[in-house]
Design a protein around this ligand. Structure first.
Ligand code: 13P
Length: 254
């Protein structure tokens, strides 16, 4: 099994206008000159996917280009679904990745594990890498249900065609997102080990899937979080909007 290349992905959520492309371009220039060990991705709002892919340039074969991703996709490739965007459209716009099952979508749009699984399958059908998010709420953690919840989400959100080459798992405790609170390294280690075990039990190449931690990753805690066993990188929200916050996180996985 090849070593897992670290992956740091920025999720811009509903932030960013055309003017923000300059910040992304600055990150791409830095990646080109410093050649970080980690693979890098940025997931802007859908309105910026094509423009960002164009602005960042680089060929998919370049290990130091910053790949672009969507934040969601529809399960179908086309049709009467007003307001939705398909995985094929993201691919056509220049995307490499798509986040599916983010807790904000599960909460705001009622996305179930079955919906998330269909979206991950759509990503694979379109040739995108699906970044599938899982994570417990604070009430679930306090009730001692964390591993049960994660196990259930993994089982039901991952399609059978998932493989290390087309799927990344992001563990994002809901209570750590946007709050400045993070789990302890021991808590992250416990969940990541459980995810790894589940993947290895189900998939031949389960040892090769990359597992990201997400939730209040910042320059001052990134090194500690990225050093945890089975943490292959980060899914970064707020701190991915500015190069001065994002870059120390990239360097934390060097
Ligand atoms: P924050 O880094 O802003 O907590 O967001 C994490 C997240 O939800 C990334 O997908």
């Amino acid at each position: 099994m090849a070593a897992r290349r670290p992956l740091i992905v920025g999720n811009w959520k509903m932030n960013g206008l055309k003017a923000s492309l300059a910040e992304a371009k600055a990150m791409a220039d830095r990646a080109a000159s410093e050649k970080p060990k980690a693979e890098l991705g940025l997931c802007p709002p859908a309105t910026l996917v094509a423009a960002m892919a164009k602005a960042l340039g680089g060929s998919p074969a370049d290990p130091h280009r910053i790949g672009v991703g969507g934040q969601d996709c529809h399960a179908r490739s086309s049709g009467a679904h007003t307001g939705d965007i398909s995985a094929e459209m993201l691919k056509d716009a220049g995307a490499t990745y798509v986040i599916v099952g983010h807790s904000e979508r599960r909460a705001d749009h009622g996305e179930t594990d079955a919906v998330v699984r269909a979206k991950a399958q759509a990503a694979h059908r379109a040739g995108l890498i699906a970044i599938i998010c899982v994570g417990e709420t604070l009430a679930q953690r306090d009730a001692g249900e964390t591993l049960k919840v994660i196990n259930g989400q993994l089982r039901a959100s991952l399609p059978d065609d998932a493989a290390a080459a087309n799927t990344v798992i992001a563990y994002e405790p809901v209570w750590a997102i946007g709050t400045g609170r993070t789990p302890t390294p021991a808590q992250v280690a416990e969940v990541h080990a459980a995810i790894r075990q589940d993947l290895m039990a189900r998939f031949d190449d389960g040892a090769g899937f990359r597992l990201l931690y997400g939730g209040s990753v910042k320059p001052d805690n990134a090194r500690q979080l990225m050093a945890v066993a089975d943490v292959d990188g980060a899914l970064v929200g707020g701190a991915s909007l500015k190069i001065n916050d994002f870059w120390p996180i990239v360097e934390a996985k060097n």
